[in-house]
Design a protein around this ligand. Structure first.
Ligand code: ZN
Length: 112
């Protein structure tokens, strides 16, 4: 018997179901057939977390660059106040440092 769980498939983002295969063994299987033992699912999810954190970090770098570009442009019409842009740039840089710390401090558990 399969029971759906609120965890998406790491490969396709489909719905996962847990399938019990005996007293102490279960698999997670998605709608299209990707299958994971629990340890493999944990590893795959840890990898997704790391990729998401790096993606957020690079997006913040983009914000930093764009805000820096806007701050250096001449203003014919007032759009964003320079102070607000400067504050956003400082905030983005602080968030980048925090994310990098999180990435560097995260230790995943070796599962075998
Ligand atoms: Zn899948």
């Amino acid at each position: 018997m399969a029971t759906t769980v609120p965890i998406s498939c790491p490969d396709c983002a489909g719905v996962l179901s847990v399938v019990v295969r005996g007293a102490r063994y279960e698999d997670y299987i998605c709608q299209v057939g990707h299958a994971y033992a629990p340890a493999d699912l944990l590893t795959a999810k840890e990898q997704q977390v790391e990729r998401a954190l790096w993606s957020a970090l690079v997006l913040l770098q983009h914000v930093d660059l764009i805000v820096g570009h806007l701050g250096g442009q001449p203003r014919s019409a007032p759009t964003e106040a320079p102070v607000a842009l400067d504050q956003r740039q400082q905030q983005a840089r602080a968030h980048m440092r925090a994310l990098r710390d999180i990435i560097e401090q995260t230790r995943t558990f070796p599962v075998s």
